[in-house]
Ligand binder design. Sequence first.
Ligand code: G3P
Length: 222
Amino acid sequence: MKFFIDTANLTQIREAEDLGILDGVTTNPSLMAKEGITGHDKILKHYVDICNVVTGDVSAEVLATDFTGIVEEGEMLSSLHRQIVVKVPMIKDGLKALKYFDKKGIRTNCTLVFSAGQALLAAKAGATYVSPFIGRLDDINQDGVDLIHQIVHIYRTYDYKTQVLAASIRSPLHIVKCAEAGADVATCPLSAILDLLKHPLTDSGLAKFLADARKFSEPVNR
Ligand code: G3P
């Protein structure tokens, strides 16, 4: 499973890249605003800055909601850098735009997906990635990981090439459950990735190994 980081924070992106396990970045308008990146030119420059930090795909979201606007914005975003993937919302004009981009060879990430039916449409339209938001489903008492299982099953049954990008991940357990479900990618906050490292038995085991090593490195007859 590929690991993407879900942030527009360059410091966190660099930290994840330095870990050596980062495969890409996803952003959205809320994450850009959270970093204080506002205004057309600043946003475009920030996408390029992110592409210069990582080697993998970087999702950049369109703000237009009509077909012509989505196409114009998506083509402009895609021309910024070869790593840019155009993020398109799962709406009627977005669906048409996904098909258009597919024919033009422009890679896409269909976002705001909350059902298997929406994921089926995204695959039929030729989306490169589909982003089911599992945390937001959990928030309304629906099991988000179940949706990942369902989409993976459907895509494998029909051999759709669209990659399942589990999004709205909130915890290390979400990441592991998405891996079990066969997600192609999980896009996560840095904190959830770092939490995967943690285990109390690792900490206590390492403390014991180091204490024993210190004992045996002391001179025997002192
Ligand atoms: O990638 C989508 C993600 O940014 C949404 O996450 O935590 O706002 O539900 P969240």
